[in-house]
Design a protein around this ligand. Structure first.
Ligand code: WTA
Length: 669
């Protein structure tokens, strides 16, 4: 890619103003220059409390706050003393201000008819959403759910999933959404940890023309927990008619909500009441439940959505984030960050290439999508499938393109801009985490000059820096730890049930004068313009197709199989997934390390965790390479997995890695 190309991208990006904003005379808040961003960013850092108090004026409160921030590192209380409700701010407020008939959620199901048109489409206005959410909230109450009870949601991408999240928020019952691709074992782990009394699920969900039997996984999870199961009731939505058997603790969604009243006032919640738990992978142990609370999360996700995507109500915008609600991206940028901005949010049930690789672009065309937000892994797949698919659709409605989840390679960035963004749409490369709740580094469209591969500058209120462990800021272009030096409203408030893990994981790496800073677990550098470049994780977390996994989770899954004595898992470069999963396995005596065992182990990992965790490559070795002190030589394994060190082409032959290990021991340290 020629430098000149990047230069022209910079210029065009700088002058971009969304046409819709011009139509309404440009809302006053719209950031349209780097100077304007710089000024506002400085205000937000110099005086965060005044900044966020001003933002808070735009939201509904049952009672105003006593203090904006109480910071006792590492514990933050935002808007303490206030009472509010996230569901009220997402839904009721829009109805009450006279916008009840506007579209809130637009949904398309996966199945298509003979003519290729979707069979299921639904648009819910704010008023309809309010009714549906209230009915479900009353149904939850009738099952004994009250404020503080954790409700598990394990569903496909149907509108009822968003309705379920909002119903929980309405009555103050924190939800724990589990991605529909996770296995029965993964459900059992999460439900057990959260001691969740109730599960909301579907009989099945559509995925690439097939039914995924979700209810069966819930049944298996509950059965596997035996007497330890905390689950008292399961509410089942019939989506696919796949005939899921019903048990005594199960009840039917339509029957229960049909019988429920549509009147359910929002619970007046404290700012720091838990809004949800979301399990995510770390470098050790089982996935941890990240705790997010009410007021700060609400303000931050809605504010970042507004600025990052230039959301302007009443201008015919339609926002589409292609993530699943089972991940933080779906929580923050399908549901909670979108609805308060009164721009319709689009939900799609299926895969990007079903029935053809043009499906996403047909959806953009059909609903005139204005903001399109996806992951680099999807963009790389689109590139491979061919330019003719986007070219067959009218994509001229798109104003802003977004990416999230992993670093984007410049080639994919340019393709995205040229083939999807007509060569003019700005790309916002948003860096953030389950723990940060919302965007922490991102360009603002029309203001921030972009460079392919960089997520550029910090969001308002985010005191981001590249630091060493003593909190010293790294020099220009020198790598260091991605650090946030001040609390922000949507920061995680804890790891559910594990205070020490919260402190150890996030607040023990970087400290300045005894004051801990938030360490994100990523390596990064800043260039001469102050742009951040994320360079990869500092821990054993890998990003597979933009999905976060701990290598140790996959190792535990492997060694739980009778044929495995020991296993080591590392990331390896993968053309589409970004990072693939490589497993080095020592088979137990009596087991052959052959193709059959590879198949068995891949299936086993899918059962233990989910299909996303299946190793892309399994190699058998009679012993894992270890240092003299017994540590597995992961750097060496990464080199072997990446093909930098070539030992044998035959994947099913037992390898003796001890020789290579000896040679590399010094290097590994
Ligand atoms: C990575 C997803 C580079 C990073 C929202 C982070 C990124 C982890 C980007 C969080 C990006 C996310 N550029 N890397 N734009 N966005 N990451 O919790 O390693 O699923 O720590 O949240 O994804 O993954 P999580």
């Amino acid at each position: 890619m020629a430098d000149q190309g990047i230069e022209s991208v910079l210029q065009e990006t700088r002058v971009f103003i969304p046409p819709s904003a011009k139509d309404v005379g440009g809302p006053e808040w719209l950031i349209s220059s780097l100077d304007q961003y710089n000024e506002m960013y400085k205000e937000s850092i110099d005086n965060p409390e005044a900044f966020w108090a001003k933002v808070a004026e735009d939201f509904h409160w049952f009672k105003k706050w006593d203090t904006v921030l109480e910071w006792n590192a590492p514990d933050a209380k935002w808007f303490n003393g206030a009472k509010t409700n996230v569901c009220y701010n997402c839904v009721d407020r829009q109805v009450e201000s006279g916008h009840g008939d506007q579209p809130a959620i637009i949904w398309e199901g996966e199945p298509v008819g003979d003519n290729g048109s979707p069979v299921d489409q639904r648009t819910l206005s704010y008023k309809e959403l309010q009714t549906e959410v209230s009915k479900l909230a009353n149904a939850l109450k009738s099952k004994g759910i009250t404020k503080g009870d954790i409700v598990t949601i394990y569903m496909g991408m149907v509108p009822e999933l968003a309705i379920a999240m909002l119903a929980c928020a309405r009555i103050g019952a924190p939800h724990s959404v589990i991605f529909g691709g996770f296995s029965a074992q993964a459900i059992a782990d999460r439900v057990g940890d959260a001691k969740s009394k109730m599960i909301l699920t579907c009989d099945g969900s559509w995925r690439r023309g097939k039914v995924v039997e979700l209810k069966k996984n819930v049944d298996d999870a509950i059965e596997s927990m035996g007497n330890d199961s905390p689950v008292e009731s399961v509410l089942v939505l019939n989506r696919t008619n796949c005939g899921a058997p019903m048990h005594t603790i199960d009840s039917d969604w339509a029957t229960e909500t049909g019988a429920a009243s549509a009147d359910c006032p929002c619970e007046e919640l404290e700012s720091e009441d838990m809004l949800f738990l979301l399990y995510t992978s770390g470098s050790t142990g089982k996935p941890k439940g990240i705790v997010h609370t009410t007021a700060g999360y609400m303000l931050f996700t809605a504010t970042t959505a507004k600025y990052t995507f230039n959301l302007v109500p009443d201008t015919n915008q339609t926002f589409w984030c292609t993530a699943d609600c089972g991940w933080i991206t779906g929580h923050s940028y399908i549901v909670y960050g979108l609805l308060p901005n009164r721009v319709p949010t689009l939900m799609f049930e299926g895969g990007p290439d079903y029935p053809t690789p043009a499906r996403f672009w047909q959806i953009v065309d059909r609903y005139k999508v204005t903001q399109f937000y996806t992951a680099p892994t999807a963009i790389r797949a689109f590139m491979k499938w061919g330019d003719e698919h986007p070219a067959s659709c009218d994509l001229s409605s798109i104003q802003v393109l977004g990416t999230v989840g992993e670093p984007i390679n410049p080639e994919a960035w340019m393709w995205y801009r040229n083939k999807i963004g007509r060569g003019v749409c700005p790309i916002v490369d948003t860096y953030w985490q389950t723990e940060t709740g919302g965007h922490v580094l991102t360009p603002l469209p029309g203001a921030t000059p972009t460079k392919p591969g960089s997520c550029t500058l910090p969001m308002f209120g985010i005191d981001a820096a590249v630091c060493d462990e003593a909190g010293n800021v790294a020099k220009e272009n020198v790598g260091g730890l991605m650090t946030i030096r001040k609390p922000w409203p949507a920061m995680l408030r804890g790891v559910y049930g594990d205070r020490q893990r919260y402190i150890d994981t996030y607040w023990s790496t970087v400290a300045k004068d005894g004051e801990p800073y938030y360490a994100a677990g990523d390596n990064t550098r800043r260039d001469e313009l102050g742009n951040f470049w994320i360079m990869g994780r500092t821990d054993d977390v890998i990003n597979v197709s933009g999905h976060r996994l701990g290598t140790m989770e996959v190792e535990s899954a492997l060694v739980s199989h009778e044929s495995v004595v020991e296993a080591a898992v590392v990331g390896m470069p993968h053309e589409i997934k970004g990072t693939g999963i490589a497993a080095f396995v020592t088979p137990a005596p009596g087991f052959e390390g052959d193709d059959d065992l590879i198949k068995t182990l891949r299936a086993h990992v899918a059962t233990e965790i989910g299909a996303i965790a299946k190793p892309d490559m399994i190699r058998f070795t009679n012993a894992l390479p270890k240092t003299r002190s017994g540590k597995i030589m992961r750097r060496l394994l990464r080199s072997i997995a990446a093909g930098d060190i070539n030992i044998t082409q035959d994947m099913s032959t037992l390898e003796d890695l001890s020789v290579v290990a000896k040679l590399s021991e010094k290097d590994e340290g």
